[in-house]
Design a protein around this ligand. Structure first.
Ligand SMILES: C[S@@+](CC[C@H](N)C(=O)[O-])C[C@H]1O[C@@H](n2cnc3c(N)ncnc32)[C@H](O)[C@@H]1O
Length: 418
């Protein structure tokens, strides 16, 4: 059969000529002739396993990672980088198309800004007791099994260097029965690790954890016991990140853009868009620890950050900077409305994958002349963009940013004006 297209999760989609059923096939490319074995029902069709590529697409390349195909972390290592960049741009164009943006409006979507592999400063590894041992890796494709990772091309060298020691460490601690996470973030003052455990560790284990933190010069090692909040097991230094020239504390498990390079690209777009806005305060909504707020403040703007994670708001407030305020606010439940928005010359919003529907509706009605949307989900970005454009904004620029090489994942930074 012939593969029609690649779906949003990175699997090929083909239609069976005998039954008309859709098949979802990992590891293939559009236009390829393939032999597959149909498997379990999935959504409106059925998943299928690739048995052979009978005629390969010109974009097919040798996947660079030995775990590719089993590991669920990367779906598209078999696609040449140029084709992948086009495909990711198309994800954004298609999402906008589904929300009624016509070809003329989407023709301005820029080429994907692709960031190199080997730059990630944070990774969440899956950990699990498996086959009589303990494994650290990534979830296998469409499965709860964990593929043990010997190597991974995505993290920076410093992050990759922690993989083997962490794998050895988790063999000595009580893991959650159903598995859990080990999240590692490299901050500017050292690594911050949050480890899921299934039970309170005994004294000896606690000592081993503290010794591990010292041996690997971690800034902090926190434990999340039975899904509770992270509590420090070794707090050697405050994990801090430099944003807009200021060091800000990263709360355990707090959000940080996955790579410095990705962060710089997003910040650059945000700064340039806001520079063209009239003088006046700027709102950074879903602002985290100030990835945009601090550079905006550094560029001379008065900034108000609103964010749902109290610890992140606390970290920004603790800086005590004149002209930078931070508010703990649930922007799904209580978006800034007419009164809250009226003092701003520009608004930046960067919501989680669910998007910012309620806030976008308020912006559409009461927003300032410049709105910058940053998004990690083309579907909810397109929904929110529709609200803004229906409210009278022009979608001036849309740039897909690829911080996740080889994953079926793309971010967007877009500027709206009126
Ligand atoms: C994609 S992150 C962006 C953070 C920040 N702009 C950055 O680039 O580092 C989304 C942020 O939205 C926050 N968030 C999630 N749900 C929220 C809500 N309902 N109200 C306000 N903030 C929320 C998260 O805590 C997170 O900091």
């Amino acid at each position: 059969m012939v593969v029609d297209t690649i779906g949003a999760r990175g699997d090929g989609i083909a239609t069976r000529s005998d039954t008309g059923e859709r098949l979802y096939i990992p590891g293939v490319l559009p236009g390829e002739h393939v032999t597959v074995r149909p498997g379990e029902p999935r959504g409106d069709g059925r998943s299928a396993r690739l048995e052979a590529v009978d005629a390969a697409a010109p974009e097919r390349v040798e996947p660079p990672c030995p775990h590719f195909g089993r590991c669920g972390g990367c779906a598209l290592q078999h696609m040449a980088p140029e084709a992948l960049a086009l495909w990711k741009r198309d994800l954004v164009v298609q999402a906008l198309g589904r929300r009624g943006f016509d070809a003329e409006q989407t023709s301005g979507v820029a080429a994907t800004l692709s960031l190199p592999a080997g730059t990630r400063r944070r990774a969440t590894f899956a950990i699990k007791g498996q086959g009589g041992g303990a494994v650290l890796g990534f979830n296998a494709r469409a499965s709860h099994a964990v593929v043990p990772i010997e190597t991974c091309l995505l993290p920076s060298d410093a992050l990759r260097a922690l993989v083997a020691p962490l794998r050895d460490l988790i063999r000595t601690v009580p893991l959650p029965r159903k598995g859990g996470d080990c999240a590692v973030t490299l901050t500017d003052t050292g690594a911050d690790v949050v480890l899921d455990l299934g039970a309170e560790p005994d004294l000896e284990t606690r000592e081993r954890l503290a010794a591990f933190a010292a041996a690997h010069d971690l800034a902090r090692l926190s434990l999340r016991i039975d899904g509770g909040p992270p509590e420090p097991a070794a707090a050697r230094r405050l994990p801090e990140v430099r944003l807009g020239g200021r060091l800000v504390a990263l709360p355990a498990g707090g959000f940080l853009q996955p790579s410095r390079e990705g962060e710089a690209a997003l910040v650059d777009h945000v700064l340039r868009a806001v520079e063209a806005a009239p003088p006046g305060p700027v709102a950074d909504l879903f602002g985290g620890i100030g990835t945009f707020a601090l550079p905006l403040h550094g560029a001379g703007r008065v900034v108000h950050l609103a964010e749902g994670a109290a610890e992140a708001v606390g970290a920004v407030s603790a800086l005590g900077l004149d002209g930078l305020t931070a508010e703990h606010r649930d922007l799904f439940e209580r978006p800034l409305g007419a009164k809250g928005l009226k003092r701003f010359a520009a608004v930046v919003f960067d919501p989680p994958r669910a998007g910012a529907q309620a806030q976008a509706a308020e912006l559409a009605a009461h927003g300032p002349g410049v709105v910058v949307a940053v998004s990690c989900n083309p579907a909810t970005f397109a929904r929110d963009a529709r609200l803004l454009v229906d409210g009278g904004y022009t979608m001036e620029s849309v740039v897909p940013v690829d911080q996740f090489p080889w994953a079926a994942h793309v971010e967007v930074v877009a500027v709206f004006r009126r």
